[in-house]
Design a protein around this ligand. Structure first.
Ligand code: MN
Length: 150
């Protein structure tokens, strides 16, 4: 159900991306993928409810306090995507190269529909972070703010 949008955007006879979900891990994980698509961006993915909740960051992830980044929510990805690196072929959705920029343990501290407070233990991303959804009209906004917490 949650992965319908993910699957509908991709032709798995053409892209090397994983089609199916894997069982959830005992220890929740996060991954940040560097995606050299039409525009270079970073994809933040958090394991929540058996999928990877995903956000695209137009600028590099915030390593320091005081750095606030736009994070645009995208479709849920399968957990198996956390290991994906490779080349999405020209003409396919997200065409370009995907590399793992960071990966590690995730601890969700507090979560609601409009904010997530969590801890990351990766090679680069360490400490407590916050995602807060922008207030926006009647529809819930896809735009979130992502920053490191004191
Ligand atoms: Mn991407």
């Amino acid at each position: 159900m949650a992965l319908e949008e993910y699957r509908s955007k991709r032709d798995f006879t053409k892209t090397p991306e994983p089609e199916n979900n894997t069982p959830h891990s005992d220890t929740p994980i996060f991954v940040i993928q560097e995606h050299h698509a039409t525009h270079l961006h970073w994809d933040l993915r958090l394991e929540i409810d058996g999928v990877l909740k995903s956000w695209a960051l137009p600028k590099p992830p915030p390593l320091e306090l005081g750095v606030k980044r736009l994070a645009v929510q995208t479709e849920d990805h399968p957990l198996s995507y956390a290991d994906f690196t490779g080349v999405i072929p020209e003409g396919e959705y997200g065409a370009g190269t995907v590399d793992i920029w960071d990966k590690g343990k995730l601890i969700i501290k507090k979560i609601s529909s409009d904010s997530i407070h969590f801890e990351l233990d990766g090679r680069r991303m360490k400490g407590e972070y916050v995602l807060i959804r922008f207030k926006g009209g009647e529809q819930s906004s896809k735009n979130w703010l992502f920053f490191k917490k004191k």
